[in-house]
Design a protein around this ligand. Structure first.
Ligand SMILES: Cc1ncc(COP(=O)(O)O)c(C=O)c1O
Length: 151
């Protein structure tokens, strides 16, 4: 008899029951858009700001407003790369990534490359490693964006 083992928890994973329980009220009762001006939205906004403060504190962010909520991974990749690159400008840095990144990263890098940004796509070995401590997505000059991993 074969046993199914799910190995892609980095992409998406089961949500813990306590998280489901904590979220149910926001699907069924306090479902207002927190950016709305009417009073029904106030509780959602307050709860969201409280969550932002909690997350900022856990992550050690200097201020809660450093925490942004997005709809998913691709949106986050696009937003972080394009906005950071744009903030520094076409001559502000060099983006280094690997050839095995998620398409949300690779397509965004290609998009930036077509707009004049310098992008290097590193090869990886059979373990998915570049062989030394290196960024999987880094903008070197000016340290635009760096996520260092250890090989
Ligand atoms: C780096 C990275 N970007 C984007 C995604 C896709 O996320 P979403 O489906 O939430 O857009 C994933 C999913 O595995 C990912 O690992």
């Amino acid at each position: 008899m074969s046993k199914f083992i799910y190995m892609d928890n980095a992409a998406t994973t089961a949500v813990r029951q306590e998280v489901v329980d904590a979220m149910v009220p926001y699907f069924t009762e306090s479902y207002a858009n927190p950016s709305s001006v009417y009073s029904f939205a106030q509780k959602t906004k307050n709860d969201m700001e409280e969550a932002r403060e909690t997350i900022a504190s856990i992550l050690g962010a200097a201020k809660p407003n450093e925490i942004y909520f997005t709809g998913g991974g691709s949106e986050s990749d696009n937003w972080a790369l394009k906005c950071t690159a744009e903030a520094y400008g076409v001559h502000g840095g060099h983006i280094i990534t690997t050839k095995i990144e998620h398409h949300a990263i690779l397509h965004t890098c290609k998009y930036l490359q077509n707009r004049g940004y310098d992008v290097t796509y590193l090869d990886v070995d059979e373990n998915g490693s570049v062989g030394y401590s290196v960024a999987f997505t880094v903008v070197v000059t000016g340290s635009l964006h760096s996520e260092w991993s250890h090989a």
